[in-house]
Design a protein around this ligand. Structure first.
Ligand code: FAD
Length: 474
């Protein structure tokens, strides 16, 4: 029998559940990837994710060529491309790993039915999480909507088996021999190279491994260092986790076996990811709507010019502007800054969280529907286990606490690089309040930097009123 392994968000050739099963059960295995035109058609030409995927596939191709086979790459709609590949290679069964996003579930359901009509099996496996959809439930069999008890149950359920690899190296000889296959260039796909190489973002399986090896040495410091964007305190693995160029089992196993406060905190973050994934699976309506239905229609004024200033990193709040520029210039934003910028958009600029969610979705290299939606609904106080609506981040205090010397700000807002530490968090306030103020007033007049677009205290009060007046809190 011949099996087709359809790669999606699992772009690696090790510890791979679907590939493991296919190699075990079929005589010959073909690996394929489809550049999905239904997704790609809406993306800008310089989309870093397309390049990230393309590079990961190139590495897979190079490795497969060593086994006298190749990766089969198509550019089209998987609903027709997968059945076409089945015909072309005389496939008896298609293997792939679960995807929990609503559109992917619909796509897979359709493909499964089409294949069944042809007498071809469609076999799917858990791979991108340790525990999926309904494996961690409350005692009454319901979904958890609070993180702490979810995490407790998740940890209590964990056994070595859940963290064990699905090794593929020893059976990889079952791959169907293929001569070199067509591999479209980025240009042929309608895309162009981005600044990923310039940014030295480690790519593909080898890049994921490099980052993980580096982080292993730093994991003990994670708890203390993770909140400071100017420090190399986090793993930077998110895009690799998103596209499966690393194995979640390897990561979780390392953290679990390592132990200690740093590793435990990091494992907890991996559990947050699974928490949001199961929320999306149980409540696909969160894609468009508030998790708390009573807060779905908060009357945000949604001023387009405030939103535009936020997107451009021109709000006059240095930490917010630095973070937004990091996002658009690199495709990454530090977690603390995601919380600060999201809170600022929603509760200082009074813009609907869905606008910010969409902007992040367009720019994040690690964009993940479940985590992004969860993060935004947390900040908007509309989600499960969310930030209480009356706890509103003060961007200046956050800046002083988490970027005390303004190192991060200086990197992305070079206009302010010359300001002393004490002035960098709120330059205009500093000029007004400090006896050296007049010096800074003239400094600010000479720079291109912006005065604050809103007054935090006033906007905070307006946000509190909006939430309080809304029927959800009445
Ligand atoms: P580390 O601190 O090293 O964490 C390791 C991994 O744990 C991350 O790679 C990620 O997979 C997971 N993780 C960490 N924090 C969270 C979290 N709060 N929720 C869910 N998973 C988490 N993460 C995404 O992967 N994609 C997104 O689209 C995304 N959007 C977000 C939007 C907002 C408004 C907020 C507040 C958070 C968002 N996050 C998202 C979560 C988090 O900010 C990123 O996962 C993290 O910054 C990635 O950097 P890292 O890999 O160095 O993280």
């Amino acid at each position: 029998t011949t099996a087709l392994v359809w790669l999606r968000r699992d772009l690696r050739l090790f510890d791979h559940h679907a590939l493991y099963q296919a190699l075990k059960e079929a005589d010959q295995v073909v690996l394929a990837f489809v550049f999905d035109t239904t997704i790609l058609k809406d993306l800008p030409k310089h989309d870093r994710r397309v390049e990230f995927i393309w590079e990961a596939l190139k590495e897979i191709k190079t490795e497969l060529r060593q086994y006298n086979t190749d990766l089969v790459v198509r550019h089209g709609d998987p609903l027709t491309e997968i059945p076409a590949l089945v015909e072309q290679f005389g496939i008896n069964a298609v293997y792939c790993n679960h995807d929990y996003e609503p559109q992917a579930i619909a796509r897979d359901g359709y493909v499964a039915v089409t294949l069944k009509e042809k007498g071809v099996q469609f076999n799917t496996y858990k791979d991108q999480v340790i525990f999926e959809k309904d494996e961690v439930l409350t005692q009454t069999g319901g979904m958890y909507s609070v993180f702490s008890p979810y995490k407790r149950t998740w940890l209590a359920k964990l056994t070595d088996k859940d963290l064990a690899s699905f090794p593929v190296n020893h059976v990889i000889k079952n791959l169907k021999p293929l001569k070199s296959q067509y591999f479209p260039s980025l240009k042929e796909l309608g895309f162009a190279k981005t600044n990923l190489t310039q940014l030295k973002v480690p790519l593909g399986m080898s890049g994921g491994e490099k980052l993980f090896e580096d982080f292993k040495r730093r994991i003990s410091d994670y708890k203390d260092a993770r909140d400071f964007p100017a420090i190399k305190g986090v793993s930077y693995l998110s895009a690799h986790i998103r596209f499966g160029t690393v194995s979640i089992r390897e990561l979780a196993r390392f953290a679990h076996e390592h132990g200690g406060a740093g590793a435990e905190t990091w494992l907890s973050e991996l559990i947050w990811r699974e928490f949001y994934a199961q929320i999306l699976w149980h409540r696909p309506d969160v894609v468009e709507h508030a998790f708390k239905p009573e807060l779905d229609t908060l009357p945000f004024p949604n001023h387009p010019e405030l939103f535009a200033a936020w997107c451009a990193g021109e709000t006059g709040y240095p930490i917010v502007d630095a973070a937004m520029r990091q996002l658009t210039q690199t495709g990454y934003m530090h977690n603390r800054l995601r919380m600060i910028t999201a809170s600022f958009l929603i509760k200082d600029l009074l813009v609907d969280w869905r606008w910010g969610e969409k902007f992040f979705a367009e720019h994040l290299l690690d964009y993940d529907l479940a985590s992004n939606n969860g993060g935004w609904q947390w900040a908007a106080s509309t989600g499960c286990d969310a930030q209480p609506y009356n706890r509103i981040f003060n961007p200046t205090l956050q800046s002083e606490k988490f970027d005390p010397q303004g190192k991060f700000i200086r990197r992305y807002v070079p206009e302010l690089a010359e300001l002393p530490d004490a002035a960098i968090h709120a330059p205009s306030e500093f000029s007004a309040n400090d006896r050296r103020g007049s010096l800074f007033v003239s400094f600010l007049e000479q720079t291109d930097y912006f005065p604050p677009i809103v007054n935090h205290a006033e906007q905070r009060a307006a946000a509190l009123t909006m939430y309080k007046m809304h029927k959800g809190y009445a």
